[in-house]
Design a protein around this ligand. Structure first.
Ligand SMILES: NC(=O)C1=CN([C@@H]2O[C@H](COP(=O)(O)OP(=O)(O)OC[C@H]3O[C@@H](n4cnc5c(N)ncnc54)[C@H](O)[C@@H]3O)[C@@H](O)[C@H]2O)C=CC1
Ligand SMILES: O=C(O)[C@@H]1CCC=N1
Length: 266
C-alpha cells in the first residue's frame, strides 16, 4: 500500500509510526509532504520515510492520501491538489472541524474519510472516530479501518456530527488528562514528594484506574465508591471537587471545545 501524508507534524508522525509498527506499509512506501525542511529531515532520519516539499509530488501514485495539516492550512493544500487526484485514490483527513463536504468540494474528489484520532496513537492506544462519504467503497473502508486499528481503537459512525463531538471528547481529551495529572503532580510536590516520585505515583494511578475500569467493566461511580470510605480521606477530597463545581467545569470545557470544532469547520 502506498501512502502519502500531507503534513508530517505530531499526528502525521504518530500515524506513520503506527503504520510502520504494524507493517501495513514499508517506510519507503510512504512519502510525506511538509513545507518545513527541518520536519522533512527529521521524518527521513527518524522514520525512514521519503519526504518532499511538493504536495503534488507526494500524491502521485499514492493509494491513500492522509491530510494532517492544521485547519488553517487546508485551503493551500486544496489549491495544490484540487482536480489532481485520481478517482481510485482515498483521501483520509484528520483535520479538526473540516467537513467531508468541504473536503470533497475543495479537492474536487469524492472518496473521503474523515477521522478524529488522538495523540496516544503514538503508543498504539489511540481512539479514532471516523466516517466516510458514499463514494468510499468497502475495500477502501477496510483499508481505513486497518490504518486506524494500527493506532489503537476505531469507531465508525454514519453521523458526521459525531466527529466534532469526538474532537471535543477524545481528540482534545488527552490534554485534559495531562492537565489533571500535572495538577496532581504539583500537589504531590507541594506535599514534599520529589517531582519524580509525584510523577510515578500519578501516572501509575492514572494507568491503573483506566485499566481497572476497563477490565472490571463496572460503573465508574461504583468504582469511585469502592475507594471512598465513609468519613475517610477520599470523601474529604471529593467534597472539595464538588464544592468547586468540578463536573460543571468539565462540561463547560467540553462545550467550549465543541463550539470551536464547529467554528473551525465553518
Ligand atoms: N495534535 C492532536 O492532538 C490532534 C490533531 N488533530 C488534527 O491533526 C492535524 C495536524 O495536527 P498536528 O499534527 O498536531 O499539527 P502540526 O502542526 O504538528 O503538524 C502540521 C504539519 O503540517 C505542515 N504543513 C503546514 N502547511 C502545509 C502545507 N501547505 N503543505 C504541507 N504541509 C504543511 C507543518 O509544517 C507541520 O509539520 C490538525 O488539523 C489537527 O486538527 C486531530 C486529532 C488530534
Ligand atoms: O486542538 C486541536 O484543535 C486539535 C484537535 C483535537 C486535538 N487537537
Amino acid at each position: 500500500m502506498k501512502i502519502a501524508f500531507i503534513g508530517g507534524g505530531n499526528m502525521g508522525r504518530a500515524m506513520i509510526s503506527a503504520i510502520i509498527g504494524k507493517e501495513l506499509a514499508l517506510p519507503d512506501e510512504m512519502i510525506v509532504a511538509d513545507v518545513r525542511e527541518e520536519s522533512r529531515r527529521a521524518l527521513i532520519l527518524e522514520l525512514g520515510v521519503r519526504a518532499t516539499a511538493s504536495n503534488v509530488e507526494a500524491v502521485r501514485n499514492a493509494d491513500v492520501i492522509i491530510l494532517a495539516v492544521k485547519p488553517q492550512n487546508l485551503a493551500e493544500v486544496a489549491a495544490d491538489l484540487s482536480g489532481r487526484l485520481e478517482p481510485r485514490q482515498l483521501v483520509v483527513s484528520i483535520i479538526a472541524g473540516k467537513t467531508a463536504k468541504t473536503l470533497v468540494e475543495g479537492l474536487k474528489h469524492q472518496s473521503v474519510v474523515r477521522v478524529m484520532p488522538n495523540t496516544p496513537a503514538m503508543v498504539n492506544k489511540g481512539m479514532s472516530v471516523w466516517t466516510a462519504t458514499d463514494a468510499v467503497n468497502d475495500n477502501q473502508k477496510e483499508t481505513a479501518r486497518r490504518i486506524l486499528s494500527a493506532m489503537g481503537e476505531e469507531l465508525f459512525t454514519f453521523d458526521e456530527g459525531d466527529l466534532d463531538k469526538a474532537t471535543a471528547l477524545s481528540g482534545s481529551g488527552p490534554a485534559y488528562f495531562f492537565l489533571f495529572m500535572e495538577a496532581l503532580i504539583e500537589a504531590g510536590v507541594r506535599m514534599g514528594f520529589t517531582p519524580e516520585t509525584a510523577r510515578q505515583l500519578t501516572l501509575q494511578t492514572a494507568v491503573g484506574s483506566a485499566e481497572f475500569a476497563r477490565q472490571s467493566g463496572k460503573d465508574l461511580a461504583e468504582l469511585r465508591k469502592m475507594v471512598t470510605s465513609p468519613g475517610g480521606t477520599t470523601a474529604e477530597a471529593l467534597k472539595v471537587f464538588e464544592t468547586g463545581g468540578f463536573k460543571e467545569l468539565v462540561n463547560n470545557s467540553i462545550e467550549a471545545a465543541l463550539r470551536r470544532a464547529r467554528e473551525l469547520g465553518s
